[in-house]
Structure formats: structure tokens, C-alpha cells
Design a binder for this molecule. Sequence first.
Ligand code: OOG
Ligand code: MG
Length: 260
Amino acid sequence: MIPVQELAEYLDTALLDGREVDRISNRYAAGFTLQDAYAIQDVGVQLRMQRGERVVGYKMGFTSEAKRLQMGLGSPIYGVLTDRMAVEEGSTFSLRGTIHPKIEPEIVFYVGRELRGSVSAQEAWDACTGVGAAMEILDSRFVGFKYFSLEDVVADNASSSRYILGRTILTPQEVSISDLEMVMSIDCQPAQSARSSAISGHPINSLVQLCALMHERGLSLPTGSIVLAGAATQAVALEAGMRVELAVEKLGHLGVTVGA
Ligand code: OOG
Ligand code: MG
């Protein structure tokens, strides 16, 4: 049996202390399932809620080939986003309290009604009140941010740390997101770029997949959720003083400056 509560507290302490810890799969190689991993994630989210955090949405991970190759892991997973993980567009983000943060380019969906069970891409798109450009800051709680298993990452809330939402929000009627150019720049130099089609073939498929993953666990996607579709490119390590910007065709641009 996997000690779910104990492992959630182990990861939560690592998060609070900004200190990397040994991956769970080192200790529990056999019998550590994805189901256990999501149960640990759930308890971790509850611990955050006990500290006053509010769940505002979800993030998909490993939805692009670039990310799957970078991390050596093969299938899409999800994590939970809270209000306190938000970093304001245009602000200076402090690295204090982080372990080995990275940043990556994302698309965000604003979901206007509950999505339950198996939904089609059209149903998912119709449920969106808006779509925008976003970035996610990752910060694995595991040693070296590498060699972990899919179960480890899921337990660790899919390595999520913070997210930055662009100010431009378009309605599904106003834009098609199937094939938009996405360029993430560091200090005004392009660092990573891809088309939005790199995300699940079409970013809306990430939302469909999230609903399916949640449904497998008896959950539905609540009205008002924000959903990150998963990075289109590899993530880039953050260092003090960097200025990171993402420009997404039609969806505008957003930026963040890394403080000390
Ligand atoms: C897991 C998180 C993956 C994405 O967008 O693909 C992710 C990781 O890279 O450690 O957020
Ligand atoms: Mg991501």
C-alpha cells in the first residue's frame, strides 16, 4: 500500500521549503500506480486549500512531442491550478522559494460551462468563453528535475508552480487556434518556437483529453475553470534578470521579468 497522506505531506513540505526531494518511485518502485499518484495530488491540493488557496483550473502536461521528448515521458497527464499560483502579466517574478524553475509557452482556455464525461472537440470548443496565450512556470519538487516517472510527476501536481495569463482573451467565434505561430523569447532573442498544432494536434484536444482523464476518476470539469493546454515547446530554465516574452499569433503577447 502506498501511504498517500504521508507522500502528499512529503511533497508539500518540499514545496513549502523550496527543497528538492528524492522521487517517490525510488522508494516504491512496485505497485505505485497512476491512481495512487492522482490520490497523492488530490491530498496535496487539499493541503493547499487548507492554507486558503482556491482551485481555479487545471493544466495538461506532455501534450506535445517536444515536451514528451524533453522529459522522456509518454502520455498526457493533468495537474491543478490555484489562485495563488497566478503571476501577473508584465510583473517581476521572484525566484525566491523555487528550486529549479523553468518556463514554457501555453494556450489557455476559459471554460464557461461544466464538461462531464466524453466530450467532442466541438463540444469542448463551444463550452469555452475565451482563449488566450499563457506561460507556465514549472518547478519539480524532485532532485534535478529529471529521471522521474509519470507517477512521480502526477503526484507532484505535474511539476506546476505558477502561471501567467495574457491579457488578450478572444472568443471561439473570433479566432481559430489550430495553427498559430508561438514564439517565446528570452531577453528579446527567440528561444523556443512552435505552431499551436504541436499541442495535441490541435490545442482543443488537450481540453477533450482533460475531460476524459477527469471522467476516469469520476470527476467533471467545473464551470469557470481555466485550462492550460500543455506546452508547445520544451521548457527553458529561468535565471535571475531574464525577461521572458511569449507572442502568439492573433492571441497577442505577454511577458514576465525574473527578479532575484
Ligand atoms: C511536467 C509538466 C509538463 C507541459 O506543459 O507539458 C507540462 C514536467 O515537464 O515536469 O506542464
Ligand atoms: Mg505546462
